[in-house]
Design a protein around this ligand. Sequence first.
Ligand code: SF4
Length: 240
Amino acid sequence: MREIIKEDPKKIKIDIQKIHAFRKRDKSSLIPETITRHVEKAYDLFCQFAVPVSIVTEVTCSQFQSIYSGAGLNEPRAPLDDIMTDNAVYLLFAMTLGSDVSLYISDLFKKGEHLLGHLLDEICSTGIEVFADEITGMCFAGEVSKGTLNNNDIMLRYSPGYCGWHITGQKFLHKYLKSQGIGIRLTENCYMEPIKSISGVMIGCSTSLHDFNKNYPFCIDCRTKTCRKRLVVNGIRNSS
Ligand code: SF4
């Protein structure tokens, strides 16, 4: 299965109140009018210039192992080594908002419109994550309806460049996905262009497999602890 899914940017459910500029002011009673006005303008630009599209391809466990191994540069111990099992569903993915919106952000900064540029950048970063969540939810529902997963399972995403999966893994992932078909290309350093793009693997399996201990050597330097936060969000762990 290789599926290309396009989305109307207006249908991506971005919670505007949660974007960075508002989060910083959670405790203040009033959001400056200039911020509100610029957020609205930035959201309009997102709807006008973002072209959300994703590509999703199912692979077997052994195919994913080979893609994940890449050039042999992954950390010796990493979460994906512990999660991988034959009893899981593996969906490679790449998603982008297209080049127009990224170019628009650069132009805003070049023209000195830093506030609008920053807000559009924030909305795009939130938008691509929400888009990814929607696609993941859709794929999970599809697997449940096929009977390959059940409602007690969960599907989470992992990406090259994080948690021990070396960034050069992008080369193997994108070659397999043929993601140039949706306009994504890799730089020499394996970063994606357009910049508002994400890629990796969705793994659907029992919740316990995703609930690994964060005791890998590189976790000491991790500032986000994203793996913990999403277990909380998905109700697998409590916040304490
Ligand atoms: S603590 Fe950070 S580096 Fe370690 S697995 Fe979790 S998200 Fe990845």
